[in-house]
Design a protein around this ligand. Structure first.
Ligand code: FAD
Ligand code: NAP
Length: 535
């Protein structure tokens, strides 16, 4: 009998969880409380409580090759950094190709997951669901549960002194859908994460003034780097990661600071935080320097108090006539539908092995998927976690002992607390490449670079020196994919493909080498030197 698995949510994580269940000949039943797939990448004009959604203009910060599922590269025609509509289309293509949609029950909310009566013997779970259209509830028993409900649904809504007296409009960035209605308004955006940066930049094109308040400051990264190539592809290679971990940290941060300051002097723009780049979840924004330079976004310190129509900042400055306040202050997360006796999240802390497994239970039949905040893309990580979870539930992979799992959780906590500034946004941070490797190692699909060196030099050099794209994890081990090698060797072709929209004119004369200039220059210096010596 195939194992019956409940998948909660049909976002980026849930879709791949269903696909991985099918790959393992298990029987998934996916419950999605909304009427669509794609989770937060489905743009919704309506503000629905507890339902995450991008804004109309959101463009993904991960390049298409780095965010693709490992056996399904995004179409070559798609832009390098996709608009949310492209991201959603990609999910549809994936779901259709692997027949995922047949297993999704839309408009069905999971109300409660608890241990089945036979849990101690079978590891089974009881799942209560309600159809949101008909109101009908039902309970089913499953051999396993994959929790794919996301972690950007519940708003973090800090309260500032005097906030209740404010007469203008206040909203959280999750409810910011686009610029309509903000024309000629004076807007304050609070929070300088990626939501705050995106909202401030976009609003500054229509609003009369945008103030951007940050209590910490930020180091600003760019999506594109040298020659317009995606930064996440250039700086994610195994070689680069190794080098970074080998060199002294002080040198690495110095080099990074230097690079970031070359694009925008963080002191001159008064945006520099009191910590190093790398100690905060990266802010990725190619437009912010321009908007600051043009004065259309004005940076402010933390908010001290809010009045009926204005805001005082901690540096004593005051901005009057504020029409709208956007709280881009991030999210809190939890799993309210899981029985508290099973596990609970406090202050955004997830005490799970690899942010997935409950160390305290004997039979590993539940896993949380995609509840990480990587430096890099979440989507392939969710897939890698799903692959592992399915094999663990099936009994093909045995997890380490309870003590080892707890030790790993503590170790990660300590590393995180040393590396990142203390903030509730830094509780589930992981580095994309090393974390993918960690899980792949447990699952037996980490690429063996030594073996590749002797069997396939071309592929080896791509795997070691090229971007650590998800296809690497389909080269060997369980559920390997025959197309992985080709996908790796053609990843740069697919990346640049959408840019080739115009045939370039043929240059009539090849540009002269600069070497000639140097030769002439040296000859003149030599001549002057000779004149000086010999008169
Ligand atoms: P979600 O997309 O939130 O999907 C969860 C699904 O579960 C939803 O459809 C929801 O309806 C459903 N659900 C929840 N509770 C229940 C329940 N009780 N019953 C039934 N269904 C339920 N990541 C990147 O890798 N790169 C990026 O550039 C990037 N940009 C981002 C931009 C924004 C604005 C935000 C907010 C996040 C971004 N992320 C990015 C992170 C994002 O979390 C992932 O890209 C990805 O969307 C996570 O997918 P998910 O399926 O885990 O969660
Ligand atoms: P976030 O990363 O948690 O950032 C929240 C911001 O609010 C931080 O600057 C934080 O400051 C500030 N803040 C929180 N509480 C505050 C308080 N009480 N007073 C003042 N400031 C406060 O949240 P987010 O920007 O919404 O991003 C959420 C996730 O979505 C991230 O993973 C992000 O990368 C992703 N995202 C991606 C895109 C994209 O791809 N284009 C767009 C938006 C979001 P501190 O740093 O001081 O804590």
């Amino acid at each position: 009998m195939p194992k019956k698995i409940a998948v909660i949510g049909a976002g980026a994580s849930g879709l791949t969880a269903v696909k991985c269940c099918l790959e393992q000949d298990m029987e998934p039943v996916c419950y999605e409380r909304s009427g669509h797939i794609g989770g937060l990448w489905y743009f919704n004009d309506e503000c629905l409580k507890g339902q995450a959604s991008v804004s109309r203009s959101t463009i993904i910060n991960s390049s298409k090759e780095m965010m693709s599922y490992s056996d399904f590269p995004a179409p070559k025609e798609y832009p390098i950094f996709m608009h949310n509509t492209h991201v959603l289309n990609y999910f549809h293509l994936y779901a259709e190709y692997f027949g995922v949609k047949n297993y999704i029950h839309f408009n069905t909310e999971v109300l409660m997951v608890s241990k089945a009566d036979t849990f101690e013997q079978t590891g089974q779970w009881k799942v209560d669901v309600r159809n949101r259209k008909t109101g009908i509830t039902e309970t089913n028993v499953f051999d396993g549960v994959l929790v794919c409900s996301g972690h950007h649904a519940d708003k973090n809504l800090p309260s500032f002194h005097g906030m209740k007296s404010f007469r203008g409009r206040t909203l959280h960035s999750q409810d910011y859908k686009g610029t309509t209605g903000y024309e000629d308004k004076r807007v304050l955006v609070i929070g300088l994460g990626n939501s705050g940066g995106d909202a401030a930049v976009e609003l500054s094109r229509v609003a009369s003034r945008v103030f951007l308040s940050t209590r910490s400051g930020a180091w600003v990264f760019s999506r594109v780097s040298e020659s317009g190539k995606p930064s996440d592809m250039l700086f994610s290679s195994r070689f680069f990661t190794k080098l970074q971990n080998t060199l002294p940290m002080s040198f690495v941060t110095w080099a990074l600071r230097r690079q970031l300051n070359q694009k925008m002097d963080h002191d001159m723009y008064a945006i520099r935080p009191n910590f190093q780049p790398g100690q905060q979840h990266p802010l990725c924004n190619d437009d912010l320097p321009n908007r600051l330079a043009s004065g259309s976004v004005k940076l402010k310190t933390d908010v001290k108090r809010i009045t009926e129509n204005g805001v005082e900042f901690v540096d004593g400055t005051f901005e009057d006539d504020i029409d709208v306040i956007v709280l881009a202050t991030g999210y809190i997360f939890g799993f309210p539908f899981i029985d508290k006796s099973v596990f609970e999240v406090e202050n955004n802390k997830l005490n799970l092995f690899k942010y997935m497994f409950l160390p305290e239970i004997e039979m590993q039949t539940m896993a949380v998927i995609g509840c990480v905040q990587p430096i890099g893309s979440t989507i392939p990580i969710a897939e890698m976690q799903s692959r592992l979870a399915c094999r663990v539930i099936k009994g093909e992979v045995t997890l380490p002992s309870r003590e080892q799992m707890l030790a790993d959780i503590r170790k990660k906590e300590v590393i995180m607390s040393h590396r990142y500034v203390k903030s509730q946004r830094h509780t589930i941070q992981v580095d994309y490449g090393p974390f993918m490797d960690e899980i792949a190692e447990l699952n037996g699909c980490k690429p063996d670079t030594k073996a590749l060196l002797f069997s396939d030099f071309k592929l080896w050099s791509s795997v070691v020196f090229g971007p650590c794209t998800p296809y690497q994890y389909r080269l060997m081990g369980p559920n390997k994919w025959d197309g992985a090698r080709d996908a790796i060797l053609s990843q740069w072709d697919r990346t640049v493909y959408p840019l080739g929209t115009r045939p370039l004119p043929i240059t009539e004369e090849a540009p002269r080498s600069k070497a000639w200039l140097y030769v002439i220059y040296l000859a003149i210096i030599g001549y002057l030197f000779r004149c000086y010596l010999f008169g």
